[in-house]
Design a protein around this ligand. Structure first.
Ligand SMILES: [Zn+2]
Length: 344
């Protein structure tokens, strides 16, 4: 039942994909905002044909390629369910991949037209020195570079289902160590998001009660423990209601179900926030951060260079980022104030 519920919540457009893969699928809402447009110059058109290995004559065939639009007219988005393909040439343009290709073209055009057209070349030569490590969710609606309008070289990022950090997870440890010890980031940000499918699934009965289980269930088990033990009133009420539902179900009330919480459910939002707070604490207690703070204490001349760990939450409906006001910093150092609205 758990996996079925996760599937229903997380991949309404991919009903046959495995649940753990569904968590990583890109949502329609994000891809629809990235509608492709046609190449805007003859050179780009030539490159476009070359990339897809299509002869010029074939490229003019509207059955193989959509017509190249006039640069003054925005091109309509391709139909989302059709695949531009030619059996004679063996060339395929799955529309979702074509959208990425055209988006990449637009990105390069925007860099070239920006006040810093050499930013990519400069970064490639000089290396990165990002001030931030951002740990967020793999959810496609949380585009970390996009929501901050961040320049390349700003955010060192890592993500997983429900933005979790665990000391026993080698990837988590390696990313944090590299960010703190090699890149010398100034801030580590754990950013959760409302509507998180991984957090929602943690409110359902554990696999032992449903006969389910699997890597996603295992991964979200720390969030389930937060749900089971939190004293936040919204979560307590939700938990008590769910227990009642389960008892009724055991008594034969088949109509009673434990659905995934609604996006605006106060308990769901509270659990998203509590999960962020728990991960801020895990990072603060990690060997990497503890060694970093010990090193600062041993070298007073380095005071002022310590890493701060923040807990933020992103609203997928409004695009707003809020600060949960749980920042942890080097012992004795005042934590910085942020301009983001505070949510506690
Ligand atoms: Zn999520």
């Amino acid at each position: 039942m758990l996996l079925a519920a996760v599937r229903a919540q997380l991949r309404p457009h991919h009903p046959h994909a495995p649940a753990h893969l569904a968590l990583l699928l890109r949502s329609c809402s994000s891809s629809s905002s990235n509608s492709p447009s046609s190449p805007s110059s003859p050179n780009k058109t030539a490159t476009w044909r070359k990339l897809n290995r299509i002869p010029t004559s074939a490229a003019l065939n509207p059955e193989i390629n959509p017509p190249i639009a006039d640069t003054s007219t925005p091109a309509p988005a391709p139909a989302p369910t059709t695949t531009t393909a030619s059996k004679s040439t063996g060339s395929f343009f799955p529309p979702e991949i074509e959208a990425l290709y055209r988006g990449n073209q637009r990105f390069r055009d925007a860099i070239a037209a920006s006040p810093t057209p050499n930013v990519l070349r400069d970064l490639a030569k000089q290396g990165q020195r990002p001030p931030f490590l951002l740990l967020d969710c793999s959810d496609s609606r949380v585009g970390e570079q996009v929501i901050f309008s961040a320049e390349p070289g700003t955010l060192f990022t890592t993500g997983n289902v429900a933005n979790q950090f665990h000391e026993h997870d080698l990837n988590s440890k390696a990313v944090l160590a590299y960010a703190v010890e090699a890149l010398r980031v100034k801030h580590v940000i754990v950013m959760g998001h409302y509507g998180c499918g991984g957090v929602a699934a943690a409110t359902l009965p554990p696999p032992a009660e449903t006969g389910g289980g699997g890597p996603v269930d295992e991964w979200i088990s720390p969030i389930r423990r937060i749900y089971e033990t939190s004293q936040r009133p919204e979560i307590v009420r939700h938990r008590e209601r769910r227990k009642l539902e389960l008892e009724l179900k055991k008594e034969g009330e088949n109509a009673v179900t434990s659905p995934l919480p609604h996006l605006h459910d106060p308990a769901f939002r509270a659990l998203v926030e509590e999960n962020v707070k728990a991960n801020v604490q895990r990072i603060a207690r990690s060997a990497v951060i503890q060694n970093h703070y010990a090193s600062l204490a041993a070298h007073p001349e380095h005071t002022g260079t310590g890493v701060f760990i923040h807990g933020w939450v992103y609203d997928i409906e409004t695009g707003e980022v809020a600060d949960l006001d749980v920042t942890v910093g080097p012992p004795g150092q005042k934590v910085p104030v942020t301009p983001f609205p505070t949510r506690t």
